[in-house]
Design a protein around this ligand. Structure first.
Ligand code: ATP
Ligand code: MG
Length: 215
């Protein structure tokens, strides 16, 4: 089996509080996993560890067979991209945000490409010049997600990215993620509390009290 990510005997503890205990997980390349479980059970913490934003207390995460700590952090973030539970836009304009993926790759901003991405999430070219203060919460979420996808990663982690969106925009975001999984080979790790997403999920992993529940 071709595993893009393997989590082995992973623990995460802050002071004497055990937040994740003995997590073992194999993620097959190009799969689409849905993580569910009560609030506070450790889902975002696990995702942050896989995304290399925080370090596990013990155990390891392998990406393409190699410990994630062996990768250069900037390169790793381009390959394993985390879409935040509560995204924020930085800088002054939407452009500052959508230009960032080009800058880190030392590439010119490609306005046509960015416009086609904006259109994929029901936004228009005119958003490029908008101030970050003048976009709604739901628009912010979609723009933040585009930051993760303009250059498709190998693994996309989405942490409750459809929360708070209306039904139409939830569907837009879901089909966008489905498209990248199906047509671009992106492996997806999705965290959600959304009933429709949970019932449509093909592979569900339940996190409870910091551990994987076997059901
Ligand atoms: N740095 C930290 N210091 C102390 N406690 C932490 C820290 N990070 C996370 N926790 C605790 O770990 C537990 C798991 O948090 P986490 O954010 O992973 O939950 P979650 O499953 O994503 O919840 P939700 O569904 O509400 O987003 C919570 O009790 C949280 O308060
Ligand atoms: Mg969370």
């Amino acid at each position: 089996m071709d595993n893009i990510i393997q989590v082995k005997s992973l623990n995460y503890q802050v002071d004497d509080q055990k937040i994740l205990t003995d997590i073992n997980l194999n993620v097959e390349r190009n799969s689409y996993l849905t993580f569910v479980g009560p609030s506070g059970s450790g889902k975002s913490t696990l995702m942050r560890i896989i995304a290399s934003m925080i370090n596990a207390t013990s155990g390891e995460v392998l990406f393409n067979g190699k410990n994630l700590r062996e990768y250069d952090p900037t390169t790793y973030r381009q390959k394993v991209s985390y879409a935040f539970q509560q995204p924020t836009l930085f800088g002054k304009t939407v452009k500052d945000n959508l230009e960032f993926p080009f800058l880190v790759r030392k590439q010119e901003f490609d306005r046509a490409k960015v416009t086609s991405y904006l259109e994929m999430v029901n936004l228009t070219e005119k958003y490029i010049e908008k101030s970050v203060n003048d976009v709604s919460g739901g628009e912010k979420q979609r723009i933040a997600l585009l930051r993760n996808l303009i250059f498709p990663p190998e693994v996309l982690i989405t942490d409750e990215v459809t929360t708070g969106l209306d039904a139409d925009n939830k569907n837009i975001v879901r089909s966008l993620i489905d498209h990248f999984n199906r047509d671009e080979g992106v492996t997806v790790l999705r965290v959600t509390h959304d009933d429709a997403e949970i019932s449509a999920a093909t592979r569900k992993i339940t996190i409870e009290k910091g551990g994987i529940k076997n059901d």
